[in-house]
Design a protein around this ligand. Sequence first.
Ligand code: MG
Length: 386
Amino acid sequence: MNLCVLGSTGSIGLQTLDVVRSSGKIRITALAAGGNIEMIEKQIHEFHPSICCIYDEEKADTLRSRLRADGREVTEIVSGMEGLIACAVHPYVDTVMVSVVGMIGIRPTIAAIRAGKNIAQANKEPIVCAGHIIMPLAKEAGISFIPVDSEHSAIFQCLQGENDNTIDKIWLTASGGPFRGRTAEELKNVTVQDALRHPSWNMGAKITIDSSTLVNKGLEVIEAHYLFGVPADDIIVAVQPGSVVHSMVQFKDGAIKAQLGVPDMRVPIAYALHEKQRIAFEGKKVLGFEDLAEIRFMRPDTETFRGLKLGIEACRQEGSITTVYNAANEEAVAAFLAGKIGYTDITDGIEACMRAHQNISSPDLEEIFAAEQEAREFIRQRFHLS
Ligand code: MG
């Protein structure tokens, strides 16, 4: 199988390459990254892709001349959104792992589906913002579309051998983040460093912050809604400290199926890349009796962690509001990570932005990107960011 990895220097991208190393069945045909040319140069030397995109044009030039000096010009270097799409639709590519972070993945995901590529989707935002466009398109194209987000992979796994019509409820599990049990007052003093510590998953900075505010879970409710066609009110968020139960599906007859395991993103990655086949990989960890004996569930505190409540509200409304929820969060999290706003400003900003938005049902791509710009501008003005 020939694989394209969009976002190969990020957390999911690196773990994808780990799976590729132990699989022996996957050839890397295309790689794409933002601007970390030191790391991507090593990846080129190891995997010899046909094409590689460096999103930043200047850095792409630098890499091109370095490879030329090295006498290694077999990899074509491209840049920008055009380059990202060129990687995704490259004729040799069979499957695209979409593991970029943010709305930047929307256009390449759509282009890859249109080109008939199978998709392993780790990037939430295309589903959150354009799920109403992408899911019907994937169905029409007859490609395999497998979620890589651990919860959605779990739901997908639970649905194997089942008729989709029988889903009654989705139980979307959550770790509760590092601040579970804190009061709204205590959250006000949270620092960037505090928020970057996650109790069970090892992830990138943006998603770690999102996990701590529970905005990540709000995004995942929307993601589940579009991926599996389940109404917002039939998606139950259940906090399960330790992240051992990755999610569950309840069927019409009352039976519940769950997928469990030690938190390790390589499991959903490998499952998606091997078309639902299970492979063993190096360093595999398994649950023991004590881990299973400790499992307990509780309801999330959506009054303190309003990020989740707002996500569920956006999911109920559908339309451009899901983009506003996401983009306001992206902008606010970036400002928080840069030390420009406080921790609780993130959800306050999202809420104000959603209230100000005139929702458009079934937005097209242009309307989605316009809603994104509107939300970013709203956050910048509200917090006087330059
Ligand atoms: Mg997840």
